[in-house]
Design a protein around this ligand. Sequence first.
Ligand SMILES: Cc1cc2nc3c(=O)[nH]c(=O)nc-3n(C[C@H](O)[C@H](O)[C@H](O)COP(=O)(O)O)c2cc1C
Length: 197
Amino acid sequence: MNVYESIMTRRSTRSYTDEAVDPVQLEKIIDAGRYAPSGGNSQSTHFFVIRDQKLLQELAATAQAAFAAMEVEEGMYRSLAASINRSKAGNYCFYHGAPVLIVLANQKDYGNNIADCACALENMMIMANDLDLGTCWINQLKWLNEDPKILEIFRRYGLEENERIWGALAVGHAATEDGLPNREALPRKGNPVTYID
Ligand SMILES: Cc1cc2nc3c(=O)[nH]c(=O)nc-3n(C[C@H](O)[C@H](O)[C@H](O)COP(=O)(O)O)c2cc1C
């Protein structure tokens, strides 16, 4: 698959098998993220690669409790409202049960924190698709990036005082018949292009 094909066929995967991700493939995905551009070449994105299933379950339970304590408000971002509603109903797994969750943190007072994480996330998604692995951008830990319990969990693993989480990526084998991620591109309904010649 060339880069164009990998970009054009990348889709979000929200159902995964328990199969572990090959460490060599995972390293390639992480490298793809680490070699993404960064504002002023700051390279300050901190990658937490979580394969510990107990920790993932602890994160899911902690996030569920935090969302369940929130109330849906009018005009709220639809996905956040869905996280709240699903948490109140119980059994909410924000990372879709993927065997690997790559969580990206960066300095909270750095103006390109989200942009740098987004570049790394996109690189990792394109790399993973090329390796026949499914991925999905996971935003819930960003919404909870001031939650004391979530912060405490990541502090255990070296999240610095001035770092916050800005995005995450679920990675794993897609739970499809052939084990490959869905690669049927969604039609474009927006993203207008204005050529100025
Ligand atoms: C900034 C951003 C945040 C997203 N957050 C989530 C999320 O928290 N959970 C999720 O399942 N998908 C999330 N997605 C995936 C989008 O829902 C998905 O990319 C979009 O629906 C288009 O589908 P596709 O990725 O299959 O082309 C996010 C995507 C982006 C770019």
